[in-house]
Design a binder for this molecule. Structure first.
Ligand SMILES: *[C@@H]1O[C@H](CO)[C@@H](O)[C@H](O)[C@H]1NC(C)=O
Ligand SMILES: *[C@@H]1O[C@H](CO)[C@@H](O)[C@H](O)[C@H]1NC(C)=O
Ligand SMILES: *[C@@H]1O[C@H](CO)[C@@H](O)[C@H](O)[C@H]1NC(C)=O
Length: 542
């Protein structure tokens, strides 16, 4: 009896295992090319986490990037085409310009643009480098899909045609203006705030917020239209000589899929996305943390009152910030009972020494945030770090500087996950008060715990989504059938301008007809009264 019963349950299991393994071998190891030219460590971490997941599945991954990646896998082949020293220096100068100056609007805009232009132009040069062109000129290479990391580089859509394979885009934030464009995702919707407008989840935008949303979305659209001319130029420079490559406008209609590092269900905003947009928020976060380096582990073990992690991210280095500000931060942090781990690049010039502060050049941030002793994360509010803290339920104190950071900071304050202090105008007492407020009030941690539960509750994990949808594109050699028709529609058609024009024309004709009819009827009536009128007049005159 027992044997039949057990064989009865074992047999289906075996069958299931066999079909599963057949299914798995259905998608053979594919040759995947990752092109991550954006010169930002935090973007690279996200894109590398995507391809690392694919390498773990046995795919053959080659990656081209402009900096050495921190996340990797032993089977991934790397081609690093670095910036020249001059370019690195220019970029740093731009950053420190932003971080040091008091927020004068124009100077901020100017340094931002010069850094941005450098970041955009450099990406073209990476693709012109022989180490990259080798990849398609060498006929032994064959790629089944190319994954492009998105950052102001729409012209790289030509790589699909160049390598004669489908193209997937990876973007390190939630859907926004530029990626919505080539994915055919509905853009300006009055209920969906853009990246820079903070709205409490479940609450509609009020009038002011909708006005700001409309204006900033359209400003972004104007910027992306202007940039598109530049991109068209880059496209011709890179692919113009190749007769087999379609035009830029055509190539933009050929993106199969977009991975977005966001999770709207827990983070908001709730918005419709076309099926080609796959959210993989938190792909860079390890499901199980690695063991910490011994010195950090010991330092945290000694922290009787809990510990604080302080990092201003990878773009902004200590030298970019005014020394007075650093001193104020040091004074505030060294006066605390809590232990502090401070990410600091230059071990020769420390902000000061204190028994409760440990400086580290490079930190396993994700693993540290997972540690139960960490009570607060002081951050520049970059998307990556915020997501990690949210995943691990750690309250935050945001010191945003530029780009999407102020928007992220406002959002986390709105959600009750922490507070915001301005880095450029920071005062010692203000910083201390904010830290005490967050550590002393359990509501921040409670809200984050609730969020953390929602964030992890998904039908497929971020990793499973990456594997499934990449294999999907490989199986079907692209995904034109899930593509939004909006991609193929003109500005006039996608906004129904022609339909409105027709309706307006019909209404105008109706108006004209009615006008004639009324004139006619009016004349008839008037005619009668006129017929009487002159008579009366005549009578009066007489
Ligand atoms: C991986 O892909 C590259 C590019 O097509 C190819 O040159 C290389 O031989 C492949 N490696 C393996 C182990 O298949
Ligand atoms: C709209 O909401 C914002 C943010 O909550 C608030 O600061 C502002 O006062 C509101 N404006 C109006 C007109 O209600
Ligand atoms: C892109 O073009 C290729 C042919 O070059 C085609 O096979 C693929 O289906 C297209 N993808 C989309 C999303 O249209």
């Amino acid at each position: 009896m027992t044997t039949t019963a057990s064989s009865g349950s074992v047999l289906p299991l075996l069958l299931a295992l066999i079909t599963l393994s057949v299914h798995l071998s259905g998608t053979d190891s594919a040759n995947i090319l990752g092109v991550f030219t954006s010169h930002s460590p935090s973007h690279l971490i996200v894109h590398m986490s995507v391809v690392k997941t694919l390498a773990e599945q046995g795919h053959n991954v080659t990656v081209v990037s402009s900096m050495q990646p921190k996340v990797t896998h032993k089977s991934i082949k790397h081609i690093v085409i670095p910036l020249s020293e001059d370019e690195e220096r220019l970029l740093h100068a731009g950053m420190s310009g932003i971080a040091k100056r008091k927020p004068s609007f124009w100077s901020t805009i100017r340094s931002m643009f010069s850094s941005l232009i450098l970041l955009i132009d450099k990406q073209v040069e990476v693709l012109e480098d022989e180490r990259f062109t080798q990849l398609y000129e060498n006929k032994d290479n064959k790629f089944d899909v190319v994954i492009v990391g998105y950052f102001f580089n729409t012209y790289q859509v030509g790589l699909g045609a160049k390598f004669n394979c489908p193209i997937i885009m990876s973007w390190s934030g939630p859907p926004m203006e530029m990626v919505d464009g080539f994915m055919g995702n509905p853009r300006l919707i009055s209920s969906v705030p853009n990246m820079n407008v903070a709205v409490k989840s479940g609450k509609p935008m009020n009038f002011t917020q909708r006005l700001m949303n409309l204006l900033s979305t359209n400003a972004m659209r104007v910027l992306s239209t202007v940039l598109d001319y530049r991109f068209d130029g880059f496209y011709r420079r890179l692919f113009g000589s190749d007769k087999n490559i379609p035009s830029y406008a055509e190539a933009k209609k050929n993106v199969s899929l977009l991975f977005c590092n966001s999770h709207a269900i827990s983070e908001g905003p709730i918005r419709p996305n076309v099926p080609g947009i796959v959210e993989i928020g938190g792909i860079q976060i390890k499901e199980k943390p690695d063991a910490l380096p011994q010195d950090i582990e010991e330092f945290l073990a000694k922290a009787k009152h809990g510990a604080i992690l302080f990092s201003l991210g990878s773009n902004l280095k200590g030298e970019h910030i005014q020394p007075e500000i650093i001193t104020k931060i040091f004074n505030a942090l060294s006066s605390l009972k809590q232990h502090v781990i401070w990410k600091w690049e230059d071990p020769k010039h420390l902000p000061g020494t204190a028994s409760n502060i440990m400086y580290k050049k490079w930190l396993p941030q994700d693993d540290i945030l997972a540690h139960k002793k960490i009570k607060l994360f002081i951050t520049h509010a970059g998307k990556g770090g915020v997501a990690e803290a949210q995943y691990h339920g750690v309250p935050m104190l945001a010191l945003p500087v530029f780009a999407d950071q102020p928007g992220n900071a406002d959002k986390l304050v709105e959600s009750g996950y922490g507070l915001r202090v301005d880095l450029l105008t920071l005062e010692e007492d203000e910083l201390k008060a904010a830290i005490k407020q967050i550590l002393g009030n359990p509501s921040y941690a409670e809200k984050l715990q609730r969020f953390s539960k929602l964030y992890r509750d998904r039908p497929m994990t971020a990793r499973q989504s990456v594997v499934y949808w990449t294999d999907y594109v490989l199986r079907h050699h692209g995904a034109p059938h899930i593509q939004s028709p909006l991609v193929h529609m003109s500005f006039v058609a996608s906004n129904n301008l022609d339909v409105y024009a027709l309706i307006a024309a019909v209404l105008y004709v109706v108006y004209l007809v009615l006008k004639i009819v009324f004139k006619f009827v009016g004349r008839k009536l008037c005619g009668k009264s006129k017929a009487k009128g002159p008579q009366k007049k005549k009578v009066k005159k007489q």
